[in-house]
Design a protein around this ligand. Structure first.
Ligand code: ADP
Ligand code: UDP
Length: 230
């Protein structure tokens, strides 16, 4: 297979025209790749979690790029034209939100906040609004509205699914692509791209353990996998 792209956490291969294979690697990065580590088994854990969550979303009526999971660490997906936006949805204030605004750490957000970042390592993923996204010709107004609508639906479906398994969905990032003239969900949904807290203890179960040197990164990723697949 031809390697099309090697990102920070995944390698993307072309299987045949229109179909890609995303290989989840064991690399963990933070701060635009400034901090890096390799944790054996991380790729397979994330591929498993993401496959299950994409299945939940498809069952809930959301159109996604996901075709099948090839164990241990590959997803076969529809090739899309990625919209270079990171769409972030927050149920609880933490991370960059409390650094930028006077929210209290851990404060619940009703309704959830959806915000967008420009997906660019060079510009460090700056937050943007609709006017900037359109002026940069990243997408149309209709596409922005559609991405927001799908993101809120993703939030509802995943929040419920995870809470039944003792996990609070604090916030997450998703990416979208164009396929057959429509906007569909792409990329991954995993502890690398979401914040997950234990519903009882509020223990951090996601990449913040790596970002903040909290230790036991893989142990908590495995626990998320156990609960999501169980
Ligand atoms: P990054 O580019 O942020 O370092 P990754 O290491 O996760 O990220 O690389 C995966 C890349 O594949 C991302 O750039 C993502 O936008 C892209 N991608 C995800 N799903 C698809 C898809 N269905 N079609 C084309 N590109 C995709
Ligand atoms: N996120 C991500 N990729 C990014 C930026 C954010 O997956 O490039 C996710 C992150 O894991 C969290 C959510 O988006 O679940 C909100 O992140 P925040 O803006 O708080 O980022 P921080 O700067 O604190 O990492």
């Amino acid at each position: 297979m031809k390697l099309l792209y090697k990102g920070k956490a995944k390698s993307v291969y072309e299987r045949d025209p229109g179909t890609l294979v995303m290989e989840f690697r064991d690399d963990l990065t933070a701060g635009d790749g400034a901090k890096r580590e390799t944790k054996a088994g991380k790729g397979a854990i994330n591929a498993g979690i993401s496959a299950r969550l994409f299945q939940v979303l498809q069952d809930g009526g959301i159109e996604t790029h996901f075709l099948r999971f090839e164990e241990p660490n590959r997803h076969v997906v529809k090739k899309v034209e990625i919209v270079p936006l990171e769409v972030i949805c927050r149920n609880i204030a933490t991370g960059s939100l409390v650094r930028r605004y006077p929210f209290k750490e851990g404060q619940e957000l009703h309704p959830p906040i959806v915000e967008m970042g420009y997906k660019s390592d060079e510009y460090h993923d700056p937050f943007l609004n609709d006017a900037i996204a359109m002026a940069l010709k990243l997408c149309t107004r209709e596409e922005l509205e559609r991405m927001r609508e799908i993101t809120l639906r993703v939030n509802d479906l995943l929040k419920g699914f995870l809470l039944e398994r003792g996990i609070i969905l604090v916030d997450f990032k998703v990416e979208f692509g164009r396929w057959d003239g429509r906007i569909i969900l792409a990329d991954e949904i995993s502890p690398d791209t979401c914040r997950f807290w234990d519903a009882e203890t509020r223990q951090v179960m996601d990449k913040d353990r790596f970002r903040k040197d909290m230790g036991e990164v893989l142990e908590y990723y495995r626990e998320v996998q156990r609960r999501v697949l169980g």
